[in-house]
Design a protein around this ligand. Sequence first.
Ligand SMILES: C/C(=C\COP(=O)(O)O)CCC[C@H](C)CCC[C@H](C)CCCC(C)C
Ligand SMILES: Nc1ccn([C@@H]2O[C@H](COP(=O)(O)OP(=O)(O)O)[C@@H](O)[C@H]2O)c(=O)n1
Length: 220
Amino acid sequence: MLARMTPLSLTPTFSLLLHRHRRLVHSSSPSFTPVAAAGGALLQDAGATAAVLAGAYCLVLAFETLTEREVIKQNLSRKLVHISSGLLFAISWPIFSTSKEARYFASLVPLVNCLRLVIYGLSLAPDDGLIKSVTREGNPEELLRGPLYYVLILIFCSLVFWRESPVGVITLAMMCAGDGVADIMGRRFGSVKLPYNQQKSWVGSISMFIFGFLISIGYV
Ligand SMILES: C/C(=C\COP(=O)(O)O)CCC[C@H](C)CCC[C@H](C)CCCC(C)C
Ligand SMILES: Nc1ccn([C@@H]2O[C@H](COP(=O)(O)OP(=O)(O)O)[C@@H](O)[C@H]2O)c(=O)n1
């Protein structure tokens, strides 16, 4: 049951397309050999990695542009990147092959972004746009805290849980949708604070649970 869990995998259309795709790739034609299958999977994973890397770059670039043009505020940009990055990363998992190596290809995407955050967080190179779109105050060192922990969790979930266990996508749903929405709802409507934490509110905490749970259900 848990084998090959993938986001949207229960959607009949998606399952049928995935099944037809797998039958096509693993067809029993005489000319089809395990070497060809391995080569096909390698090509598919390399292409998927390149596509998702490009998607990650374009996503951050889009929010950089919106922030620089003051279409959205810096704090909202950070939260929208926080919410969308991990959720879109998990949605991209089905485009990778069913090979054992697929998870390693997928984890390259957050790994490249991890290196990017370290380089710019240590000010080894300038990237004002990235800093503006994913930090609170616009300090490069901020990249080495929340954003860096975030991509490390993406690497961990893709390597350890991948599509075999729902724990990975549930973790991403809570971290991205839950924590992201908690901030937005809590800042706006969170006047009644938690008794044991005056920095958090009931609205924010309940929002985290509700949105994290709903997105988790949608993924598994
Ligand atoms: C802004 C972020 C975290 C802030 O956390 P906190 O300070 O609110 O606690 C997220 C940073 C995201 C990172 C810069 C880009 C990550 C891209 C991801 C690995 C791949 C996305 C692929 C998809 C197809 C867009
Ligand atoms: N459970 C929560 C979480 C956040 N929040 C609000 O969101 C703001 C930022 O929350 P946070 O500590 O998650 O911020 P990040 O560290 O995720 O950027 C808090 O200062 C609160 O105003 C809330 O009211 N209740």
